[in-house]
Design a protein around this ligand. Structure first.
Ligand SMILES: *Cc1c(COP(=O)(O)O)cnc(C)c1O
Length: 393
């Protein structure tokens, strides 16, 4: 399906399906079902739907298919399945591929809901999960077993921004006969080279950079045609995590500007990280684009850019972090990321609140850690806002 186009051209044109009216912008096919020209056609379609033949929107829809085709072309996978949210994509991909008796190795540093799936849900159904420090290749190697069906990781972890050596982990996993499933939200589809580095399945929360304007939930599972159509589709179409056509239309429009937005946001993140690196009120500035970042070299080798999220670790702890947050005038306090608006989050008391203290410590979630998702404002205003916030601590 991938045409020989550059990324930006694909982001604007790939997958568009024009109706008989020849509309310029993608139509929203806001329909749950489809009319068949005859009883015989209905029978034939239920037996085997051909390309662009639809049955029911829980299985597929033209607007959703356009989004799937566009993101697959961008990620360079054969196919993709769109889902109602990023978590529907993570849980759907794992539940569809795993059976009781299978084993999974996962990086420990995960988005809270991903951790819930791996720690709480999969074991209920007889899937054993071993957690490792994702940056330690020896731990990945030691954890792999003959029944390891999959490894799971976030290429850049949330919120401490550790970067995992995907190429090395994928080589170990493939040697052990395991599939490599990556949650690639922080790397973004713009900077991702996940497939080239060995990922078999690449998952995005489209809620983040793909929408990029904080409007709608969505997700997508990218992989081989065989995996998407023979493994994911049967599971998703019967369990109901389909993306709505309206949200697919929002995501299609988000993709049109994704490359420009993400590159501008990453450039601003780099400028902010450099502006505050070494500030005496901060224990650390975490951003993979800083040469001082522990995995800077890996990040530079495996991504085309360093992402749109950084973290500031305020030395003086929680109260100081709260004073910082409450002083911000441009940056909003929220928990989304990848948005056009810059967003500050205090993970220890919000997104990662439920983790016990020892786990927070292991993941680098200190009392003073602020995660900053950099938006599209003037970078000078963002720097001034952060400076004023730091002056209030
Ligand atoms: C937000 C996020 C998810 C979940 O996505 P939703 O669209 O909110 O369901 C999964 N993984 C990572 C890394 C995320 O940032």
């Amino acid at each position: 399906m991938t045409q020989d186009w550059g990324k930006r051209t694909k982001l604007v044109h790939q997958g568009a399906r024009r109706s008989q009216y020849g509309e310029v912008a993608e139509a929203i096919y806001l329909t749950q079902g489809f009319v068949y020209p005859s009883a015989e056609a209905a029978e034939a379609r239920f037996l085997k739907a051909q390309a662009d033949e639809f049955i029911y929107a829980r299985y597929g829809n033209p607007t959703v298919a356009a989004f799937e085709e566009r993101i697959a072309a961008l990620e360079d996978t054969e196919d993709a399945f769109a889902t109602a949210s990023g978590m529907a994509a993570v849980s759907g991909a794992l539940m569809a591929m795993l059976r009781a008796g299978d084993h999974v190795v996962s990086a420990r540093a995960l988005f809270g809901s991903c951790l819930y799936i791996l720690e709480e849900v999969l074991p209920r159904y007889g899937v054993e999960v071993t957690f490792v420090d994702g940056t330690d290749l020896a731990q990945w190697q030691a954890a792999l077993r003959p029944n390891t069906k999959a490894v799971f990781l976030e290429t850049i972890s949330n919120p401490a921004l550790e970067v995992i050596d995907l190429k090395a982990v994928a080589a170990l996993a493939h040697d052990a006969g395991a599939q490599v499933v990556v949650d690639n939200v922080f790397a973004t589809p713009v900077f991702s080279r996940a497939v080239e580095l060995g990922a078999d399945v690449v998952i995005y929360s489209a809620t983040k950079h793909i929408d990029g304007q904080g409007r709608a939930l969505g997700g997508v599972i990218c992989g081989s045609r065989e995996f998407i159509r023979a493994t994911v589709e049967p599971y998703m179409k019967h369990t109901g995590g389909a993306l709505s056509p309206f949200n697919a239309w929002i995501m299609l429009n988000g993709l049109t500007t994704l490359d420009l937005r993400v590159r501008a946001q990453a450039a601003a993140a780099q400028a902010i990280a450099e502006a505050f690196e070494g500030d005496p009120r901060l224990a650390r500035v975490l951003y993979p684009g800083l040469p001082a970042h522990p995995q800077h070299a890996i990040a530079a080798a495996q991504m085309e850019g360093f992402g749109t999220v950084l973290a500031l670790d305020i030395k003086a702890g929680k109260e100081a972090a709260f004073r910082f947050l409450n002083a911000l005038q441009v940056i909003v306090i929220s928990n989304n990321l990848g948005d056009a608006r810059s967003i500050a989050t205090h993970p220890a008391t919000t997104t990662h609140q439920r983790l016990p203290d020892d786990q927070k410590a292991a993941l680098g979630i200190t009392a003073g850690l602020i995660r900053l998702s950099v938006g599209l404002e003037d970078v000078a205003d963002l720097i001034a806002d952060i400076r004023a916030g730091l002056d209030m601590i």
